[in-house]
Design a protein around this ligand. Structure first.
Ligand code: AMP
Length: 597
């Protein structure tokens, strides 16, 4: 079947990078040279490792080594509370707080390898608990605090939780009712909160417990292959899986933070992701700290004026966010952006979903610099493909593989094998040569599911993509989201990007709807920018625009306006859910859904 009929349609001109005259010279100035010269052994040497040859521990690399090197007074974390509170922790303070947490785990009977979960908003205790758990050799698993009781219960059970850090409010709302059903969960620690209800029986007040513990802690020997992090994937498709990562992942966190996000020690860095999603841990905690930057943590949910205010007032220099936020900014209009002083901002990156070419260009026009898309997954643990600061950007492309990462487009063949597709512009599954440090080491309790992700030395990502003649990778879609229409395989992303070219469209999602003639026809769901109202005329206008750009075969045949698109908590559009609703099918696992629609 002819593939990829929409290729080359959504190209905006390449954004050329200045070769000199940088305000801050990028860490990677020449992609090809960096790639040719890269060795993981050199990347390892950028870390300190535990003194006395006792191994590699994420928390030591993130915090303690800076303190030992005399950088303890540097600001590590600036917390912005949702009600206007502020709290700052320097590297020394974060080191001591996490030492206390590690000591507390030991006192409470937890052993290395035990799983410590968190169900907390973005408050400092969440970050302290993560680092303290790494120090104690426990496996840390952060959950979105907005999860309902059943997804929380399911993950605590699946992950064999021994301890949980939460708040009294969340405990009473989401955990108390099923606590008895989890006998392995031996400790519940309650972080401070404003107007907290009284400490319920069977729980511990975290602040007083920490205060009673020593501020010194010696990290026990930590094998680099020792598990450190358990992340449940966001489940845009299918049921949740628990991906396990080891301490060696910090090598990839560090080097990707340095090269793909271009972190310099003097940066003020803001990653908007919640640690309940892997981005909020790899880049909202570990990579910025190993690189010695000061990071901003905002407790509040997305609010456009607040976000602009934070960028301006905190003088954020590197910003890592998600396409859904960018689209919200586009929807609100560039006039809002112009009210803020964003002069400190020098690098912006985005992850989690395809970043439409229009969004890259909008960044340049409204914020004065383009967004740099990058691609990775829970399973890869860190950024794999990126638009680097010193590289030309082709809007709509995910960029090129990280130095040290070998990517390919492959096709599955008989008997579970794969063949590499060498020709440029051919569509296939995106695969990565296995063995990079932050590659997941297991899906817990599901060895077969894990084994099925690999073939012939490749990790198979489940995403469809293509590579162009210049080596840039282009996202086509999750293999489950691809639409088969009139003999064509169509990735939703390019159709959505074309819809977004229309001046009234803020967001778009497309699905395939069964059709007796075409197998599937494309149906679009669209949200509008402020100042535009839904009407039959506008619908006809958008569909006509899509037909002009895509041709009659691939263009959507139907279009619905909707105030919101269903999204996961990490901001991914759930096309699967749109389709189930359209066809009146069961909705499946919706635990990762952002809000009841
Ligand atoms: P998660 O593991 O929840 O972070 O989801 C990973 C998936 O998000 C990937 O397999 C892609 O389908 C999608 N994704 C992440 N980043 C990008 C990107 N830059 N472009 C397109 N899709 C992306």
């Amino acid at each position: 079947m002819p593939e990829n009929p929409t290729a080359a349609l959504t190209r905006l001109p390449t954004i050329r990078k200045p070769r000199s005259g940088w305000a801050v010279a990028p860490n990677l100035t020449d992609y090809e040279a960096a790639r040719a010269g890269f060795r993981w052994e050199d990347a390892r040497r950028e870390l300190d490792f535990l003194p006395g040859g006792r191994g590699l521990n994420i928390a030591y690399e993130a915090v303690d080594r800076h303190v030992r090197a005399g950088r303890g007074g540097r600001l590590a974390l600036r917390w912005l509370g949702k009600n206007g509170e502020r709290r700052e922790l320097d590297y020394a303070g974060l080191g001591e707080a996490s030492n206390r947490f590690a000591n507390l785990l030991g006192r409470l009977g937890l052993r290395p390898g035990d799983r410590v979960f968190a169900l907390l908003g973005r408050v400092p205790e969440l970050y302290i608990a993560a680092l303290g758990s790494f120090k104690a050799g426990c496996v840390f698993s952060p959950l979105f605090s907005a999860f309902g009781p059943e997804p929380v219960r399911a993950r605590l059970a699946l992950g064999d939780a021994r301890a949980l850090v939460t708040s009294a409010t969340l405990y009473q709302r989401k955990i108390a009712a099923f606590r008895e059903s989890l006998p392995g969960l031996i400790q519940i620690l309650l972080a401070p909160e404003a107007d907290a209800p009284a400490t319920p029986p069977g729980t511990l007040d975290l602040s007083s417990a920490l205060a009673a513990c020593p501020a010194r802690f010696e990290i026990p020997p930590t094998d680099p292959e020792q598990p450190a992090l358990l992340h449940f994937t966001s489940g845009t498709t299918g049921r949740p899986k628990g991906a396990l990562h080891v301490h060696a992942a910090v090598i990839a966190h560090h080097v990707t933070g340095k090269l793909a996000l271009d972190l310099h020690p003097e940066d003020i860095f803001w990653c908007t992701a919640d640690p309940g999603w892997v981005t909020g841990t790899s880049y909202g905690l570990i990579a910025p700290l190993t690189n010695g930057v000061s990071m901003v943590v905002d407790e509040a949910e997305f609010d456009i004026e607040r976000w602009y205010r934070i960028l301006a007032e905190e003088r954020v220099s590197v910003w890592y966010t998600a396409p859904t936020a960018v689209r919200m900014m586009i929807r609100a209009g560039e006039d809002v952006a112009r009210r803020y002083d964003l002069s400190a901002l020098r690098f912006m990156a985005s992850v989690g979903e395809p970043l439409n070419p229009e969004a890259v260009e909008w960044g340049r026009m409204a914020l004065g610099r383009p967004f740099h898309d990058n691609w990775w997954q829970t399973e890869t643990g860190g950024i794999m493909i990126a638009n680097f600061a010193a590289m030309d950007i082709k809007p709509g492309s995910m960029g090129k593989p990280m130095p040290g990462i070998e990517a390919a487009i492959v096709r599955r063949v008989k008997d579970g094998g794969v063949e590499v597709v060498d020709a440029p512009e051919e569509q296939g599954e995106l695969a990565l040569k296995r063995g990079w440090p932050s590659m997941f080491r297991a899906y817990i309790n599901e060895p077969e599911r894990y084994a099925n992700c690999f073939s012939g030395g490749w990790y198979l990502t489940g995403d469809l993509a293509r590579r162009d003649a210049d080596g840039y990778y282009w996202f086509v879609g999750r293999s489950d989201d691809v639409i088969k229409t009139s003999g064509h395989l169509v990735g939703p992303f390019e159709v959505e990007s074309v819809l977004m070219e229309h001046k009234a469209v803020a967001e778009a999602a497309v699905i395939g709807k069964p059709d007796p003639v075409a197998l599937e026809v494309i149906k679009a769901f669209v949200t509008l920018k402020s100042g535009h109202a839904a009407s039959e005329q506008l619908k006809r206008d958008i569909l006509a625009h899509a037909r002009r750009r895509l041709g009659a075969v691939v263009a959507p045949k139907e279009l619905d306006f909707t105030p919101n698109l269903p999204k996961t908590r990490s901001g991914k559009i759930m096309r699967r859910l749109l389709k189930a609703r359209e066809l009146g099918l069961p909705e499946g696992d919706t635990s990762a859904l952002e809000q009841a629609q």
